[in-house]
Design a protein around this ligand. Structure first.
Ligand SMILES: Cc1cc2nc3c(=O)[nH]c(=O)nc-3n(C[C@H](O)[C@H](O)[C@H](O)COP(=O)(O)OP(=O)(O)OC[C@H]3O[C@@H](n4cnc5c(N)ncnc54)[C@H](O)[C@@H]3O)c2cc1C
Length: 470
């Protein structure tokens, strides 16, 4: 008998799941219907800062697989169609066309749109992603104030940048904030980043975040810490003239929001599915929603298990979403796959500065009840004598006593960020700092000093010259 798979959400997690299920089971065995409320499928939101900045030539370069390509592979794709209800008892979803809606159909609420339709399912994949935080403060809905979550958002921002804009304020100092600061610099604008915490990149420890701030200031970016946004002040034409924060007024012709996201799970909550503390869906390691047979979820709408802390958390990253989709599609396709969890790896950059982290920050280690030692070292990306050797700062923390590596952060120039993958593997394997020192990593002067900077940090911890943590 032909089974019916329904997918809600047509981007990374949803379409990876649909494509993988289709690879494993043909149309005679599995009918697949995917609902996407927007206009695009399988697009890279990760690439939006580089499209806006001009390094990526056009929007279509960010689309990995078009709706037509999915349909050719036998997926019944319903664009501009929003799922408005999941009926678990009768195993069906209610949907409505979004053509008439404003705002590109990405709000995730019920919308107005066209007539409703019910579609039955045997298997359901929830891949509704996350929604960007937009404070309900005066001026934040004005034209010229932009989120950067969707391709529609990117196009709207580019349209604003074609106007006579000279000063950009980026609200939020996380990775999207700093990437958008770079994009605004690339566009030749004067850039201010306002953010709430003491240092930008709060996903790093403050001592490493300080390095990011100093480097950004060196690039001519004004960075304003401890600044909570209160209002976007508007000109007579209704467009921004400044952002008002708790520390002052920051002139702006365009405002870009990078305030983080929360899981888009209103539908799932209304259906009575299990949510975790962060509001993300809770799944088992096969990505099946806890306590719900035949209901799967992945991507930015779920919580993931942090393998280092043993706690669940919400981490919205495309790298996880794609893997979740593959696991779900494999399982629906009759195979067996699992997503064991994450170690908290993320890389980013602002202009020539590379930023990376994996594992736990000091604060997270303390919250997990772990005592630790820390080491911070300076090194170069290549042998010091080799042309192009660029400086980097590496910070590593390890559990006191056992020596188990707990976290790694790197801030530096070219060649710095991807070194964090050594740490990601070490954390996944539960390695101690002694084992990291012994790793057989590649060395030649154009690629690395004879001791890789990550191993230099590990050596410092081993030799006991490290500074103790809590
Ligand atoms: C500017 C930016 C830069 C980023 N950079 C990186 C990076 O460098 N590295 C990285 O790993 N990650 C990055 N990310 C995060 C990454 O893009 C996301 O983690 C990834 O897109 C999540 O995929 P997803 O499929 O879970 O959700 P989404 O990509 O959000 O897709 C969810 C889809 O579901 C649709 N949808 C939602 N509700 C409904 C409904 N009720 N009915 C029908 N359709 C619905 C939405 O329209 C959307 O298309 C970045 C994100 C942004 C915004």
């Amino acid at each position: 008998m032909t089974e019916h798979l329904v997918v809600i959400g047509g981007d990374a997690a949803g379409m990876s799941a649909a494509s993988q299920a289709r690879r494993r089971r043909g149309p005679d065995e599995l009918r697949i219907t995917a609902f996407e409320q927007g206009d695009f499928t399988s697009y890279s939101a990760c690439g939006i800062p580089y499209w806006v900045g001009g390094q990526v030539p056009d929007r279509d370069s960010l689309i990995a697989r078009t709706p037509a390509e999915h349909r050719e592979r036998g997926i019944d794709l319903r664009l501009r169609t929003r799922v408005t209800e999941i009926d678990l008892d009768r195993r069906r979803v209610r949907s409505r066309r979004t053509d008439g809606d404003s705002g590109g159909g990405t709000s995730g609420d019920g919308g107005s749109g066209g007539p409703e339709e019910w579609t039955g399912f045997d298997q359901l994949v929830i891949a509704t992603g996350a929604e960007p935080l937009r404070p309900p403060l005066p001026g934040f809905d004005a034209p010229g104030v932009h989120g950067v979550q969707t391709l529609e958002d990117g196009a709207a921002l580019l349209a604003t940048l074609r106007r006579d804009v000279r000063r950009a304020v980026v609200v939020g100092g996380g990775y999207i904030g700093v990437e958008m600061a770079e994009a605004m610099i690339q566009r030749g604008l004067q850039v201010t980043v306002v953010h709430r915490s003491a240092e930008p990149m709060a996903t790093l420890d403050p001592d490493m975040g300080r390095l990011v701030r100093v480097a950004m200031e060196g690039m001519g970016i004004e960075v304003v810490p401890g600044a909570e946004a209160k209002e976007v002040l508007l000109n007579a034409d209704g467009r921004p003239r400044a952002v008002l924060t708790t520390v002052g007024e920051h002139p702006a012709d365009v405002v870009v929001l990078g305030l983080g996201v929360r899981p888009r799970t209103a539908l799932a909550r209304a259906a009575g599915l299990a949510l975790g503390d962060s509001g993300g869906l809770r799944t088992d390691s096969s990505m099946r929603v806890e306590g719900a047979e035949g209901i799967w979820a992945g991507g930015d709408c779920v919580e993931v298990l942090n393998l280092v802390s043993g706690r669940h958390q919400h981490i919205a990253l495309g790298t996880h979403a794609n893997k979740h989709g593959l696991v779900i599609g494999t399982n629906i396709g009759g195979g067996r796959a699992t997503f064991p969890g994450v170690v908290g790896t993320a890389v980013s950059k602002v202009c020539e500065l590379e930023i990376a982290r994996t594992g736990l920050r000091e604060r997270e280690a303390t919250a997990a009840g772990l005592s630790f030692d820390r080491a911070v070292i300076e090194a170069t990306s290549r042998a010091g004598y080799y042309p192009g050797a660029a400086p980097m700062t590496v910070k590593m923390i390890a559990e006191r006593g056992s020596g188990r590596m707990l976290g790694l952060q790197i801030v530096g120039r070219e060649g710095a960020a991807k070194r964090v993958d050594i740490g990601a593997v070490a954390l996944t394997a539960g390695m101690t700092v002694d084992q990291v020192v012994s790793l057989d990593l590649g060395y030649a002067p154009p690629f690395s000093p004879v001791w890789d900077p990550v191993q230099v940090a590990a050596r410092k911890l081993v030799s006991g010259r490290a500074v103790s943590g809590t």
